[in-house]
Design a protein around this ligand. Structure first.
Ligand code: E4P
Length: 217
């Protein structure tokens, strides 16, 4: 299972990279704005900085919503760095663009996916990754994890190569549940990764081991 961090915060990206388990980064315009990164030039420079920190895939989202615009923007983004994955929204022109990118060896992440039908379409178009937003489904009383399970079944039925990137992961249990279901990738905040580390019995056990060691010295 790949771990991506879902942020544009360079300190958090570095921290996750230092842990040694990071496989990539996802960003979106909202995450960029949260870090105060606005305007095309600043956003482009920020992608370059992220690519210098991590060794894995870095999703960079297009802003255009028409076919020609998505193609132009996606080709520009893909040229920035070989780690860039062009993130395209699940809209009609987006699906057409994903097919074009796939035919032209440009990797894509189909974003804003909320149904199994959308995920099937993304795979048919040749998306490298599909991003079902599980947290946002949970927010509206719909089972986000069930969507991951449905997509896993459909992709396995037909041997689609599109990787299921569980997005909008909000906490550590989401990560564990996605791993059980068989999501290929999860993207979440640093806290969702660091939460995997913690167990009170580990802390109590370590404290006792260290105390007992001191007794003998
Ligand atoms: C995915 O790539 C998105 O950036 C992200 O996971 C959205 O998460 P949110 O619902 O917490 O904003």
């Amino acid at each position: 299972m790949k771990f991506f961090i879902d942020t544009a915060n360079l300190d958090q990206i570095k921290e996750a990279q230092d842990l040694g388990v990071l496989d990539g980064v996802t960003t979106n315009p909202s995450l960029m704005a949260k870090e105060g990164i606005t305007g095309k030039e600043n956003i482009i420079n920020h992608y370059k900085k992220i690519c210098e920190i991590v060794t894995g895939d870095v999703s960079a989202e297009v802003i255009s919503t028409d076919y020609e615009g998505i193609i132009k923007e996606g080709e520009e983004l893909a040229k920035l760095h070989d780690q860039i994955i062009v993130k395209v929204p699940m809209i009609k022109d987006g699906v057409k663009a994903i097919k074009y990118f796939s035919d032209n060896n440009i990797k894509t992440n189909c974003t804003l996916v909320f149904s199994a039908g959308q995920a099937l379409l993304a795979a048919k178009a040749g998306a490298t990754y599909v991003s079902p937003f599980i947290g946002r489904l949970d927010d509206i009383s719909t089972d986000g994890l069930n969507l991951i399970a449905e997509i896993r079944m459909i992709y396995d039925n037909y041997g689609f190569n599109t990787q299921i990137l569980a997005a909008s992961v909000r906490h550590t249990m989401h990560v564990i549940d996605c791993a059980k279901i068989g999501a290929d990738v999860m993207t979440g905040p640093l806290s969702s990764i660091e939460g995997l580390l913690r167990h009170p019995l580990t802390d109590i056990g370590l404290e006792k081991f260290l105390a007992d060691y001191k007794k003998g010295n």
